[in-house]
Design a protein around this ligand. Structure first.
Ligand code: AMP
Length: 281
């Protein structure tokens, strides 16, 4: 069932068995197999699955791609039902941010300032605001987030702890295409050539992880290696390549705890994200 009003979704969920476990999958739509893996996981672990589809204006800066972000609600609904969603919550901007809207949730500190926070200063404030609203509307037992957006996941974990949300955050592995490119709705913007060149992202991350497992613990060395590989691609423009503590996202020089190598790289107007986890050896 597709629902566009907060009150209707609340009413619908209230009519269910109060002990029913609700799983929430927040998305911006234009669903691909990455999103579907979250819905399938939610289906397996809950009685009711709510998928939200909302291109959230407050997480886009004025110069970003809010207007051109790909949208296809009809196709999304088909895919979502096939994967096990019960409710698709697709509100309007006005429904989520009515007249005189003034309240924002902001996770402060380095966790939000580094990595994507540097080039997108208000982005995570928009994300945590909309995710809080969805948590308050749906009141789920479990909420599902992809590890592709590693910083988003860490910030949401921080918010849940800090604001005492009684919600279990379930991190879901990155889903890739057959060549290793992390699936993203923004891959729709890539030309064939850019798509080919973008394979360097997952390839160089994997190679760096192998170097780490073979004994290289110096973060600068691993970052230099990855940057060199990416810069050999004519269409690539690096935003960042960083190695950070997996929980706090603090930059680290010597890798001696669970960390992630995270990167953001432009290929034309597409800004692609990818990362790889370096577990303790
Ligand atoms: P988005 O629609 O881009 O806001 O993404 C909605 C959710 O799907 C977020 O939790 C993302 O991390 C997750 N997601 C997006 N792409 C992938 C992927 N390739 N693999 C796993 N999860 C993903």
């Amino acid at each position: 069932m597709i629902i566009s009003k907060v009150a209707d979704l609340r009413q619908e969920l209230k009519s269910k068995d109060p002990g029913a476990k609700v799983g929430l999958v927040p998305t911006m739509g234009y669903l691909h197999r990455g999103h579907l893996s979250l819905i399938e996981r939610a289906r397996a672990e809950n009685d009711i699955v709510v998928l939200s589809i909302f291109v959230n204006p407050t997480q886009f800066a004025p110069n970003e791609d809010f207007d051109s972000y790909p949208r296809d609600l009809e196709k999304d609904c088909k895919l979502a039902y096939q994967s096990g969603a019960n409710y698709i919550f697709a509100p309007s901007d006005k429904e989520m941010y009515g007249a005189n809207y003034s309240t924002y949730v902001n996770v402060d500190g380095n966790i939000s300032r580094g990595l994507c926070g540097k080039s997108r200063p208000n982005h995570f404030r928009g994300v945590t605001t909309i995710v809080s609203k969805l948590f308050n509307i749906v009141n789920p037992s479990n909420a599902y987030f992809g590890m592709k957006d590693a910083q988003q996941l860490s910030i949401i974990n921080r918010m849940v702890k800090d604001l005492n949300y009684n919600i279990n955050i379930v991190p879901c592995p990155i889903v890739r295409d057959e060549n290793g490119l992390a699936l993203s709705s923004r891959n729709a913007y890539l030309t064939d050539e850019a798509k080919k060149q973008a394979l360097i992202l997952s390839r160089s991350l994997k190679e760096a992880k192998t170097l780490y497992l073979e004994g290289e613990n110096n973060a600068q060395e691993l970052k230099r290696y990855i940057r060199g590989k990416i810069n050999s691609m004519s269409l690539a423009k690096i935003d960042y390549v960083e190695i950070v503590d997996q929980e706090t996202l603090e930059n680290i020089d010597y890798i001696n705890r669970p960390s992630i190598i995270a990167l953001a790289v432009y290929f034309g107007k597409s800004r692609l994200l990818d990362n790889i986890v370096l577990e303790d050896k």
